[in-house]
Design a protein around this ligand. Structure first.
Ligand code: DGL
Length: 264
C-alpha cells in the first residue's frame, strides 16, 4: 500500500466535510481527496435511477484516476440508493453513510424520533429497513428538509443562513401525530451537522441531534488499521462542473487543510 494513497470522500456538495472533520480527528495523517459533484447538486431532488447512475459512474472514474485506498460515500441520499451498486463495481472498500437510526433509537427516552433528510432519502426502502431493524416499538417521524442543503452550502461560503427553512421542518415534525414528544432528531443528510447551532436553536435543549459522522470515521479507521499513511501537503478538493461553483468555499477548505478547488 502506497502511504500516499488517499481516502476518497464523495458527496454532492460540502456535506461530506462533516465526515471529513470526524475522520481527521481519528486519522490525522491520512491523505484525503474530496470529490464534490457540484454539477449534480442537489441529489435529493433527483430520481433513484439518475442518482444511481451518476454516483456509480463518477465514483468509478474517480477511483480510476486517484487510486484511493478506500472510498466513503459521504452522502445519505447516494448511499441509501447506490451503495450496493457501487460495492459491486469497485474493488476497494466502500463505506456508506446511512441515517443514524440505531443510535438515535438507543438513546431516545420518549421513543419518538424525528428524522430530517432529503426528499429522496426519506422515501428509501433502506430507511424502512433501518427503522424495522433498530426502531422496533418506537415512532420514527420523517420530514424532507431540502432547503437545509442549500442553507449549509451558503453557510460554508460565508453567507447568512435563512432560519425559516429550519423552522418549517420543525413545525412539520411538531404537527405530526406524537411530534411534540420528539426528543431525538436524526440528521439524515451529511449537510445538516454544518447547521448544528442553528438546528439546536430552533429545536431546543429537549431534542438531541444525532448524526453518523463519528461512527463512520471509526469504521474507516478500523478498516485501514495498520496501513501506512503520510500526508505530503494540502489535500485535494475536486468538483464536477465549473470551478466557480465552489467560489466562496476557500476559507472553509483552507481551515480543513485543502488546497484550492480543482475541476475533476
Ligand atoms: N449530502 C447529501 C446527503 O447526505 C444530500 C445533499 C443533496 O441533496 O445533494 O443526503
Amino acid at each position: 500500500m502506497d502511504e500516499r494513497s488517499p481516502i476518497l470522500i464523495f458527496d454532492s456538495g460540502v456535506g461530506g466535510l462533516t465526515i471529513h472533520d470526524a475522520l481527521r480527528r481519528v486519522l490525522p495523517d491520512a491523505p484525503v481527496i474530496y470529490g464534490a459533484d457540484l454539477a449534480g447538486l442537489p441529489y435529493g431532488a433527483k430520481s433513484e435511477a439518475e442518482i444511481a447512475a451518476r454516483v456509480a459512474g463518477l465514483l468509478g472514474r474517480m477511483a480510476e484516476r486517484y487510486q484511493p485506498r478506500l472510498a466513503c460515500i459521504a452522502c445519505n441520499t447516494a448511499s441509501t440508493i447506490a451503495l450496493g451498486m457501487v460495492r459491486d463495481v469497485l474493488e476497494i472498500p466502500i463505506v456508506g453513510t446511512v441515517p443514524a437510526i440505531k443510535p438515535a433509537a438507543a438513546q431516545s427516552k420518549t421513543g419518538v424520533i424525528g428524522l430530517i433528510g432529503t426528499q429522496a432519502t426519506i422515501r428509501q426502502r433502506y430507511v424502512d429497513d433501518l427503522e424495522a431493524r433498530f426502531a422496533v416499538g418506537k415512532t420514527l417521524l420523517r420530514v424532507a428538509a431540502p432547503d437545509l442543503v442549500a442553507a449549509a452550502e451558503a453557510k460554508l461560503r460565508g453567507q447568512a443562513v435563512e432560519g425559516a427553512a429550519i423552522e418549517r421542518a420543525a413545525d412539520e415534525l411538531a404537527q405530526m401525530p406524537d411530534g411534540q414528544r420528539i426528543d431525538t432528531l436524526v440528521l439524515a443528510c451529511t449537510h445538516f451537522p454544518l447547521l448544528a447551532d442553528e438546528l439546536a436553536a430552533v429545536f431546543g435543549d429537549g431534542v438531541a441531534l444525532v448524526d453518523g459522522a463519528e461512527g463512520i470515521a471509526r469504521r474507516i479507521a478500523s478498516l485501514l488499521e495498520g496501513q501506512p499513511m503520510r500526508r505530503t501537503g494540502a489535500d485535494r478538493f475536486v468538483v464536477t462542473g465549473p470551478v466557480d461553483a465552489a467560489k466562496g468555499l476557500e476559507n472553509a477548505l483552507e481551515r480543513r487543510g485543502f488546497s484550492s478547488p480543482e475541476i475533476f
